[in-house]
Write a protein that binds this ligand. Structure first.
Ligand SMILES: Nc1ncnc2c1ncn2[C@@H]1O[C@H](COP(=O)(O)OP(=O)(O)OP(=O)(O)O)[C@@H](O)[C@H]1O
Ligand SMILES: [Mg+2]
Length: 368
């Protein structure tokens, strides 16, 4: 179980919050604006190096402070916990430390602290642009395939360079063809990783969704970004003239998408808000479950549990998360919406948040 200690300084209204979370279930209850989401935001920051609420780092650094710091101790199966920390400065500088040593990049944190977020914005995974769904697939492919990140970075670099050339114009077909070899090789590797990942994810997703609701039948379709009958080399070759006309690369893995379908059409067009939330939760839980099955630790952040879900579905969601045996942080405005009966053997810690101050209300295993 990953987080054994958390120390948050100057994230929004959290001047200094230090606590020892349960390795299993943590419930944080408090009024609007008290700072519950900010705790989850701080954990997310430590995993991804960025917030889920805003791309602008200045928004989450506490007013009148130069930097925010999130520090944690991560449990190891063997040996003492690993100390990890992230400091984000107002000028944009980011400082990541692992065991006191400066890390090369935030990716090193993401590997150690995989985090899954289920929040009221979660339906953006269905509603938002394909880039959000690509990020979802790539998160899984990154954790699943150790070669993915290197291929992805190389492919991105080749794509950017190609687009710069195309934008400038005056590039011949033959020069472009010579330039495309690396783009095709790495793009194909990225695509194979994504495809393999979605294939692994799909049966887990179907199973998880059936545990959350028996009323929905939803399928996943991976769109690789070009005609499924062609390999990338063929697609790039066929698209070169058009790319020169357009001034950018119009076909390839940069257009990949995950299409979520019901029997009657796109999930987005047919499902209610609550049903969309169940589908997205199932996607994220399935993704988490795959990682847990590989023996990796995982933290689930569930912000504003009651939003859009009725009591029955809240219970099912909690039950499912509990059964994964991962570390969970749940926030809620009302105490009774998280009043789900956890198993006797589950270590549940209840916290109360008031004006950026966190206090432990109850700790330990559930009384039978
Ligand atoms: N940069 C900042 N510096 C200081 N305070 C901030 C900053 N940004 C936001 N805040 C304040 O910090 C608090 C953060 O609240 P947060 O969103 O974590 O509350 P919450 O308990 O999740 O509320 P809700 O139940 O409405 O979701 C708010 O009161 C907000 O006004
Ligand atoms: Mg909130």
């Amino acid at each position: 179980m990953p987080l054994v200690r958390l120390d948050i300084s100057h994230v929004r209204n959290l001047s200094s919050v230090r606590f020892e979370p349960s390795p299993q279930v943590n419930v944080i209850v408090g009024k609007n604006g008290s700072g519950k989401t900010s705790v989850l935001e701080a954990i997310h920051l430590l995993s991804f190096g960025r917030s889920f609420r805003s791309h602008k780092h200045k928004t989450y650094i506490q007013h009148e402070n130069d930097a925010c710091i999130v520090f944690a101790q991560l449990h190891q199966k063997q040996g003492s916990p690993i100390r990890v920390g992230l400091q984000r400065h107002r000028d944009g500088q980011i400082d990541v430390r692992i065991q006191g040593q400066r890390a090369q990049s935030v990716i090193e944190l993401a590997e150690r602290l995989p985090v899954q977020l289920i929040n009221p914005d979660a339906f953006r995974l269905l509603e938002g642009s394909p880039s959000i769904r690509r990020q979802f697939i790539d998160w899984g492919a990154f954790h699943f395939d150790k070669d993915f990140i290197q291929a992805w970075r190389g492919w991105q670099k080749a794509l950017k360079q190609r687009n710069t050339l195309l934008r400038r114009g005056k590039i011949s077909l033959s020069l472009l063809a010579a330039f495309d070899q690396e783009l095709i090789r790495l793009g194909e590797q990225v695509n194979q990783s994504r495809k393999a990942y979605v294939e692994k994810l799909t049966p887990h997703f179907v199973k998880v969704l059936s545990l959350l609701t028996t009323e929905l039948s939803v399928s996943l379709q991976f769109f690789q970004g070009w005609d499924a009958q062609k390999n990338l080399a063929m697609a790039v070759e066929a698209g070169r003239e058009r790319d020169i006309e357009l001034g950018y690369t119009h076909t390839g893995p940069q257009r990949a998408d995950l299409r979520v379908k019901t029997a009657t059409g796109d999930a987005l067009d047919t499902l209610s808000r609550g049903q969309q939330k169940l589908v997205v939760s199932a996607l994220k839980i399935a993704q988490g479950q795959l990682l847990i099955d590989m023996g990796r630790p995982l933290v689930f952040l569930v912000d504003d549990l009651p939003a859009e879900l009725d009591a029955n579905h809240r219970q099912k969601l909690c039950q499912l998360l509990e059964s994964l045996n991962s570390q969970i942080f749940i926030t809620s405005v009302e105490p009774d919406t998280t009043d789900f009966t956890w198993a006797d053997t589950t270590d549940v810690r209840q916290f109360s948040m008031t004006n950026g101050e966190l206090s432990l209300l109850s700790k330990g295993l559930q009384e039978s």
